[in-house]
Design a protein around this ligand. Structure first.
Ligand SMILES: NC(=O)c1ccc[n+]([C@@H]2O[C@H](COP(=O)([O-])OP(=O)(O)OC[C@H]3O[C@@H](n4cnc5c(N)ncnc54)[C@H](OP(=O)(O)O)[C@@H]3O)[C@@H](O)[C@H]2O)c1
Length: 299
């Protein structure tokens, strides 16, 4: 079992799914944590759970990373708390399975901000701290198996994840030998809230390769600590990502629709959910504005 006492991880998207399971696993290995997402109540519950179970120091801070101000505000918040982060986990993300032309622009802009720009900005801002002192430090960026091919109806989301994969692998090369490793996690379908928010309906083939968030998180963290550059979860996904190399891209796009199916008719109220939580009013599910919103409220 890895010993991460005297380390601190910053985990984005820790209020549910893979990020929450990563936080649980890291805490079990003795790692102190700064956890962030928009839903403050969820973060507070998780912080209390992990401190009670493992005696680690966990600080929760709400932040909207779909806002252009989010990453800077989160960075300032961590600096103000005097936290020395040496494990940066850029996990927060979302995407809607819908025809490009049916998505409101604000939704697409938020998808790109959250999945790409915020991830890159956080990496850029924290990198000097990760490198400080020549110690061992880790970046884990969460992409998707969608990074390996064009995915119709996930056009922006899949392209964003391709960006994350290419960015991470290039940065891993740049940082080789510095003590900072960069790992890109490419999960396949994983049972989390992502499935509800994305509006996907799973067919037989897609269901067959689904994994649980706990095993995905554990596999990703172990690979990160080993300094692996890319991790694809699940043997069916490993195989399909490998075979995609030999398939014309047009055929790859066709096959992803064959597996994922056509999207349900557009539901603007679902698509707007991700934007609305960035507004100032706390939602019914306890989401609230963080340092990245106009009405920032940090700890
Ligand atoms: N589940 C899958 O099948 C799958 C497959 C491939 C890749 N992935 C990737 O895995 C990562 C984790 O997703 P998941 O499956 O664990 O989904 P999830 O359960 O929906 O978790 C997403 C996390 O991101 C946070 N988040 C969403 N929008 C945010 C915003 N604007 N600002 C800050 N935080 C935000 C959410 O918290 P709040 O809502 O509280 O803000 C939540 O903690 C994502 O990058 C996703 O793209 C998932």
């Amino acid at each position: 079992m890895p010993d991460l006492r005297h380390h601190r991880a910053l985990v984005t998207g820790a209020s549910s799914g893979i990020g929450r399971e990563m936080a649980r696993q890291l805490a079990a290995w003795g790692c102190d944590l700064t956890i962030t997402a928009r839903r403050r109540e969820r973060l507070d519950e998780l912080a209390a759970e992990l401190t009670a179970a493992h005696g680690v120091e966990v600080r929760a801070t709400a932040c909207d990373l779909a806002s252009p101000d989010g990453p800077r505000a989160l960075y300032d918040d961590v600096m103000a708390a005097g936290e020395d982060v040496d494990v940066l986990i850029n996990n927060a993300g979302f995407g809607h399975y819908q025809a490009f032309e049916h998505e409101p622009w604000e939704q697409l802009a938020a998808t790109l901000q959250l999945n790409v720009t915020s991830l890159v900005e956080l990496t850029h801002r924290f990198l000097p701290h990760l490198r400080a002192g020549g110690r061992r430090a880790y970046v884990l960026n969460v992409a998707s198996i969608a990074a390996f091919q064009p995915v119709p109806y996930f056009a922006c989301y899949a392209a964003a994840k391709s960006y994350v994969r290419d960015f991470s692998e290039a940065l891993a090369h740049e940082l080789a030998g510095t003590g900072v490793s960069v790992t890109c996690l490419c999960p396949g379908g994983t049972y989390t809230e992502f499935m509800d928010h994305s509006g996907q309906t799973l067919g037989r083939v897609a269901k067959a390769s689904m994994r649980d968030a706990q095993s995905v998180a554990r596999q990703a963290l172990l690979a990160t600590l080993r300094g692996r550059r890319t991790v694809v979860t699940g043997w069916m996904n490993v195989l399909s990502c490998f075979l995609t190399r030999f398939v014309p891209r047009r055929a790859a796009a066709w096959s992803s629709v064959a597996v994922l199916g056509k999207p349900a008719p557009a539901r603007p109220e679902l698509a707007r959910a991700a934007i609305d939580v960035a507004a100032s009013d706390p939602g019914p599910d306890g989401r609230e504005p963080g340092p990245g919103s106009d009405h920032a409220e940090t700890e």
